[in-house]
Design a protein around this ligand. Structure first.
Ligand SMILES: [Zn+2]
Length: 244
């Protein structure tokens, strides 16, 4: 029985704690003898979202080599998974807030949805999204994504720059950075995932952080205004007690 763990619902985006009665993890060994990968089976993770407004099912399925240990079938830890698929919801994309421009959100969701099916197309969308972020947030517009990233170096904090720069150097992403963002380049799912992760980080570090900061500042300003008003109306309010 799995213990309680932190979980973010891929349907509603709510951060929650998942306990044993909300999750079912099971491995089914295929009774077909040994394949070229050895014995194989299917491991599924089914989770029900505890948010009553959502109450959705999230289902992840892995096909992987397994072995018999102490009378039951177990995944072999250091052997690669043959197939890992998120069945429900189909896209692994996190729900993004409305204040992120719609075009960027759409590119991101689509990239997440097709990542396993077509890493090339997913990476192309993620690169276009990265360029869209740079153009929208920093108002930098150059012909090549490579030049736009270079122009960022002095404008952003070091850790964010390092993250962008690291992805820029990854295999084929890096090799084709100088190309037009709409050109489809050969890429594997892991590289596409790194690009999508970077887009998620930038959404959080830029748009979400800016929104939170603006909200906090607006709250402080409103509080200051209230206090000011209370102070200026105090002598008058004493006489009107009980008026309404
Ligand atoms: Zn949910």
């Amino acid at each position: 029985m799995p213990t309680a763990r932190n979980w973010t619902c891929p349907h509603c985006g709510r951060h929650t704690t998942i306990t044993g009665n909300l999750v079912d993890v099971a491995l089914h060994h295929f009774e077909i003898g040994e394949t070229r990968h050895g014995h194989v089976g299917m491991l599924w993770h089914a989770t029900r979202c505890p948010n009553p407004e959502c109450n959705e099912l999230a289902l992840v399925v892995n096909v992987l080599p397994c072995e018999r240990q102490s009378g039951s079938w177990q995944p072999i830890r250091d052997r690669p998974t043959l197939k890992a698929t998120r069945l429900l919801p189909e896209s692994a994309g996190k729900l993004q807030p409305d204040y992120i421009p719609q075009q960027l959100r759409e590119d991101y969701y689509e990239a997440c949805r097709i990542r396993d099916l077509s890493p090339k197309a997913a990476a192309t969308l993620a690169r276009r999204c990265l360029q869209g972020i740079i153009r929208d947030f920093w108002k930098i517009k150059k012909r090549r994504l490579l030049d736009e990233i270079a122009a960022l170096k002095d404008k952003i904090d070091y850790s964010l720059w390092t993250a962008i720069d690291a992805v820029r150097k990854v295999g084929n992403i890096g090799a084709h950075m100088e190309e037009d963002v709409n050109k489809i380049v050969s890429i594997d799912p892991e590289e596409a995932t790194k690009l999508i992760d970077l887009v998620e980080i930038l959404f959080d570090e830029l748009y979400v952080a800016r929104d939170q900061r603006n909200r906090r500042l607006a709250e402080l300003a409103a509080l200051g205004e209230r206090k000011q008003q209370e102070r200026s109306t105090k002598p008058k309010t004493r006489k009107t007690i009980g008026a309404s």
